[in-house]
Design a protein around this ligand. Structure first.
Ligand code: WT7
Length: 565
């Protein structure tokens, strides 16, 4: 079967982003993402096609057609507008992977609201920081998570509406009300907000080295880039059953778990449950998944379980595999080729880029361990520290992209200076280091900052350190990423205790649990080392790089700024 992209080299030579809408057959005068993902597909005569195959945590399967997406996203749009929410208001989505999440996101965008996806695993601090920063007006949630939302209501005065999709016998407090698919009435027509390409659509919070997580603001005009990369990189075709394993709390789960595939009219499978090897393989077998977009940590866990496990299932429906979020080790590519008969195609991108930028597309040679080449229309480079391009092959530098492209973030919410600091000398700086080989393949070398990547999720050390300081025993702390064979990195915290506290296993557990509840299980340190004091610069900044080097048994490097008193 020929791939959608055709000849990648030819595309790279001749394609530019201004051709994207034409390439996709998108009308020039409509931009609302919610409309593209539902109404337009119905207008094309595919209203009865399955849009969503949803498998519940306890193994039941429900199907939604594109017409269902259309009338129920209309219902959400109407309901949210009826509450007095206006275009540009922020609406958080704090849900597990239930249909209300997916359909609610489309409905909110139809009404011109800015949708703010939040991981259901977020603890109260993580939730509060993001909601206060965005001055979010409403939150879509479920009964179970309502109790966590209640804990932050007082500290988040902007949050006027808590919309619970499955209230059961919950007795509502002020501002809480029910709305969900069990009871919503289909709405035949809703006049979508006439979004322009620059109309904000989604606000995704992401971690940096310094300060609290920043909200990367995306716009409706991102769609052609998300749809075209879904078509050319994920190679999604009409008859595919596509599975993106990412949660929409993460940008992969929105760009490629909602927007891109549905704008192409693709059937998507969603598994409410998390990673359980047998359930994953059974899903591929029973649902006849053809295109699978996953992440290196999951692949490494599948590898650990071994070939024999894979052979217990009929995985022959699989046709195309892609991966994102962390370096895809060469062994994983070789293993998947041997066991599934198909290599994983690495894709590199970020919350800020909104769509895949550097990648292996169908039909090109895969060099295991390499991220591939720049997507057609993308100009990437590695830069020296003076932000000029390094032209010599294989020399490591800062991975940078030439703006603009349709799906790039437009700002960090209420933090324009952080946004501007990402641009130098006409380039967008990604914060990653890479090299380009003599044939133009990109190789990921590491991050250029202190951000921790655990199982593909970025966690900011500053957010962890701030939360640690709230523990009664902690005087000072530093968080680093410690290499881990499965998760790539796990969080390790160095902690200096306040007077009167002694290191103990019990205290270690107490601190770990404190972070798990406040932030999330991913941010929880897997290891805590009690220290007398932390290495700091003379200006008092913790030198995480010293701790990291000590941890890895590496040269510590230049210590001239270290305060050794
Ligand atoms: C950071 C972005 C894009 C959705 C997922 C994460 C790392 C991402 C790869 C890859 C090596 C990768 C980078 C990047 N990363 N993909 N294929 N190989 N590293 O979005 O949370 O904004 O994280 O994840 O460090 O900058 P994000």
């Amino acid at each position: 079967m020929p791939s959608n992209i055709g000849n990648p080299e030819e595309r790279r030579r001749s394609f530019s982003w201004s051709d994207a809408r034409k390439e996709l057959g998108f009308p020039e005068d409509s931009h609302n993402i919610g409309w593209y993902c539902s109404d337009r597909i119905c207008d094309l005569g595919m209203g009865e096609k399955t849009a969503l195959v949803w498998e519940t945590a306890d193994g039941r399967v429900a199907r939604f057609t594109f017409n269902d997406l259309r009338v129920y996203s209309n219902a959400y749009a109407k309901h949210l507008s009826g509450l007095g929410l206006r275009p540009g208001d922020r609406v958080a989505v704090f849900l597990e992977r239930v249909p209300e999440l997916y359909i609610g996101m489309l409905g909110g965008m139809k009404a011109g609201l800015i949708m703010q996806p939040l991981f259901s695993a977020f603890g109260e601090d993580a939730l509060e920081k993001r909601i206060s920063n965005a001055e979010t007006s409403a939150i879509l949630t479920c009964r179970k998570l309502t109790f966590r939302v209640r804990k932050i209501r007082e500290r988040c005065p902007s949050l006027r509406h808590v919309i619970v999709c499955d209230p059961g016998d919950l007795s509502f407090q002020e501002g809480e009300a029910a709305f969900g698919l069990e009871t919503a009435k289909p709405v035949e027509s809703f006049a979508c907000y006439p979004a322009e390409p620059e109309t904000p659509s989604i606000l995704h919070y992401t971690s940096g080295t310094t300060g609290m997580p920043k909200g990367a603001l995306h716009v409706h005009g991102s769609l052609p880039a998300q749809a075209l990369t879904s078509k050319w990189v994920l190679d999604i075709k009409d008859e595919d059953i596509y599975w993106c394993t990412a949660d929409p709390g993460w940008v992969t789960g929105t760009s490629y778990g909602i927007i891109g595939p549905w704008a192409l009219g693709a059937t998507q499978y969603v598994l409410e449950a998390g990673f359980i090897i047998d359930r994953w393989y059974r899903a591929i077998q029973d649902q006849k998944i053809t295109v699978w977009y996953s992440a290196p940590t999951a692949i490494r866990m599948l590898m650990k379980e071994g070939e024999a496990k894979a052979k217990q299932y009929d995985l022959s429906s699989l046709r195309h595999l892609c991966s994102v979020g962390e370096p895809l080790n060469p062994e994983a590519v070789v293993w998947s080729e041997r066991v599934y008969g198909l290599p994983f195609h690495d894709t590199w991108w970020q919350t800020e880029t909104g769509c895949i930028q550097v990648t292996n597309v169908p039909g090109m040679e895969i060099r295991p361990g390499s991220m591939g080449k720049a997507f057609p229309g993308v100009t990437a480079a590695v830069l020296a520290h003076d932000f000029t391009e390094i032209c010599e092959p294989n020399k490591q530098g800062l991975l940078a992209l030439k703006p603009p492209w349709p799906s790039m973030f437009r700002t960090y919410w209420r933090n324009p200076s952080a946004y501007e600091s990402k641009f130098k000398n006409g380039w967008y700086l990604t914060g990653d280091r890479a090299r380009i080989d003599e044939d133009g393949f990109y190789w990921f070398m590491g991050r250029d900052d202190d951000v921790i990547n655990t199982a593909g999720h970025l966690v900011g050390p500053f957010e962890i350190e701030s939360a640690l300081l709230e523990h009664e025993a902690v005087a000072e702390s530093a968080a680093i990423g410690k290499p881990d064979p499965v998760n790539m990195e796990v969080v390790k915290a160095f902690v200096a205790l306040k007077a009167g506290f002694e290191p103990s296993r019990k205290l270690e557990m107490s601190i770990m649990n404190f972070i798990r509840k406040k932030l999330s299980p991913l941010a929880m340190p897997q290891e805590i080392e009690f220290v007398e004091k932390l290495p700091k610069t003379r200006s008092g900044k913790i030198m995480r790089r010293v701790l990291r080097a000590q941890e890895l048994g590496q040269e510590v490097g230049d210590l001239s700024t270290l305060d050794d008193n």
